[in-house]
Design a protein around this ligand. Structure first.
Ligand code: 13P
Length: 249
């Protein structure tokens, strides 16, 4: 069965609650497309107002992060139960900015992934190499390691429902999009790695996004690749361009 594309926005640390409502209202007529899953991953404080603004549309509101404990003395963190109570179904885990600025590691990513599944939330698991790693020729080795650790103790059934976002760090927010060949090569390597860990059926089911300077002009070719099942979009998800990206065909 063909995989349904999933196109997600990552708002990062942008939009106050009132701005979030305004943006959802602006984008909702533009992102209508029943052939793809459309997700807006928004700052925690925007989740509830964005959901209210998106009610009755095809837009799913997701989170940008989540902690791996149920509750307790973890100042500033968001618990999985807080997300599920308001209806969140997707959470970005291990974005490179969280790894770089907030000391997330492959191990904490794995704990968050397991916790998300425990709560029935679909993790959008991020991986990606730095420019140095690409220049050293270790991109595939690095990504395989990130994937193997992220999926430790994850069952095949859970893995089949997961989303992986391949985001080369050097392409994020730089306007420097990976070439279609580069993106497809790594997304295929990720799918092969999932097949090695699990089996072909799991690899065929899992959805793999590309992220990094996706725009209305680069989306059609990227999303036409056999192993690219959509995108994780930063800057362009805050603009009407996101409508063109969702309707890339
Ligand atoms: P840009 O689309 O702004 O490059 O960001 C990509 C990203 O980090 C999405 O998670």
């Amino acid at each position: 069965m063909a995989r349904k594309k999933i196109i997600a926005g990552n708002w990062k640390m942008n939009m106050t609650p009132s701005q979030a409502v305004e943006l959802v209202n602006t984008l909702k007529p533009l992102v209508v497309n029943d052939e793809v899953d459309v997700v807006f991953c928004v700052p925690a404080i925007d989740i509830i107002p964005a959901m209210e603004a998106a009610r009755g549309t095809n837009i799913q509101i997701g989170a940008e992060n989540m902690y791996f404990e149920e509750k307790g003395a973890f100042t500033g963190e968001i618990a999985p139960g807080m997300l599920t109570e308001v209806g969140v179904k997707y959470v970005i885990i291990g974005h490179s900015e969280r790894r770089e600025y907030f000391a997330e590691t492959d191990e904490t990513v794995n704990r968050k992934v397991l916790k998300a599944f425990e709560h029935g939330i679909t993790p959008i698991i991020c991986c990606g190499e730095s420019l140095t790693q690409r220049e050293q020729g270790i991109t595939i080795d690095w990504i395989r390691q990130q994937i193997k650790i992220a999926f430790l103790n994850v069952t095949a059934e859970q893995a089949a429902s997961a989303v992986i976002a391949y985001e080369p760090i050097w392409a994020i927010g730089t306007g420097k999009v990976a070439t279609t060949e580069q993106a497809q090569e790594v997304c295929k390597a990720i799918r092969d790695c999932i097949a090695e860990i699990y089996d072909e059926a799991t690899a065929a089911a899992i959805r793999i996004q590309y992220g990094g300077s996706v725009s209305a002009s680069s989306a059609p070719e990227l999303f036409a690749q056999p192993d690219i099942d959509g995108g994780l979009v930063g800057g362009a998800s805050l603009k009407p361009d996101f409508g063109a990206i969702v309707n890339y065909k």
